[in-house]
Design a protein around this ligand. Sequence first.
Ligand code: KIV
Ligand code: ZN
Length: 528
Amino acid sequence: MTLDHPNFGKLPEDRVIIFDTTLRDGEQSPGFSMNLDEKLRMAEALAELGVDVIEAGFPIASDGDFESVRLIAQRVRGPVIAGLARAARVDILRAAEAVAPAERKRIHTFIGTSPLHMEFQLRMQPDQVLEAIAETVGLARQHTDDVEWSGMDATRSDPDFLCRCVEIAIRAGATTINLPDTVGYAVPADMHRMFSMLRARVPGAERVIFSTHNHNDLGLAVANTLAAVAAGVRQIECTINGIGERAGNASLEEVAMAIHTRHDALACRTGIATQHILKTSRLLTGITGFDVQPNKAIVGRNAFAHESGIHQDGVLKNAATYEIMTPESVGWSRSSLVMGKHSGRAAFRDKLRALGYGEVGDNQLNDAFRRFKDLADRKKVVYDDDILALVDDAVMRDNDRIRFTALDVHAGSRGPARAELELEIDGRAVAATATGDGPVDATFNALRLLFPHEATLRLFSVGAVTEGTDAQARVTVRLEEDGKLVDGQGADTDTIVASARAYVHALNKLLVKRTRSVPQDITTAMSA
Ligand code: KIV
Ligand code: ZN
């Protein structure tokens, strides 16, 4: 029997489905939480990027997660919208309700299949796991024709048992079988062996799409993903910038560009509109406040920079000497505009486009331009890195409940420091004065007066965005509350202002985090 997928129909053999889990696996990792509006913006960008499936969230986790999956299902057209569910009736019903408004929908249900997960996490016997798979996949199929089943920790599962699990999932109606390397333990040869074995041994394997989901604990997520594709897998689970649990997931931009650039070796294709890659990556870094490292493939600031004389000479003569893909093909453009205090709005907008931000709305542009002018007055040269830091700060956070307005600090070697801080909280202007052991301490004390909270400061780090004493400081603040960690970032030429902005950013993220917690006591009970 040939493959005829409920949402994709008869797919050409070389077509690989891109399943993006930035909003689920990515969003659940420390520091990456997003609010409703930010998730919607990301989902719209993912649709424009051409991903086939958006895993929009884990609806049972909280009312906020449910709402965001439902809103994305209502508003975002194009990709299939998936909701994650454990092997439990409540999870599956909640996921079904959340994805119901989607044009094309999917329920993704999972259960642990390795001895470790079955014994210690689920406290279930293998036979009970097999029963749960049949029941939960069957239940999901009553709500949608497109059901994905995942065997968590598949790469550390017994191969014979894994075959039985997959067979039962297919018989119960799963249309995609995902076998995650949950702990990032596999090497590419393991991956190839596992999928080849399953495709050869499991009855009904030809009727489903096999999927790969790789964590990056050993830095092998992309390599493992490509090894799975070489073994016939036709769905890749990945995230923008590779964000995700612990060391993250396979990065969408790396996987997509490997497939795009090495068609000769991989003989398959995706539906990704590669020219939107940088813009989508930038949207994510702007929303979360986490930059990618400069040498990150495809989207890092140095990914297409040529420093050595020999390389520069070669590129000037023929770019192909040292470039295997063009920067333009992933959204970079070459702008020679030097920005300074005489630059106007049009030049600034052009610069944002060149840096990969795409079209920025008028309000956001006004905000960012005002801060750029302010910066240009204080700083001799405004570098691209300055603009990146400023835009991430000014443009991406227009839905925050708490907003920084102004700060005056009195500090020095005589007596306690004093901070006068003004904020806007839920649209209301508030101000407080506090003293402290140094200006940062005084500022954070004023923040606690204006917005009382119990979170503990776990990290305070300061770095310079560029060189020189007039460089902007980029500050990171990490807060912990009830075991939940959030990171906030802020940038300014004044280190104390950057610190206040970073703390405010972290608090806003904490407010998002407070709304969610996955009930821990539901493991797999169908009666739950
Ligand atoms: O890593 C993992 O096993 C997962 C599953 C829920 C698919 O994220
Ligand atoms: Zn995962």
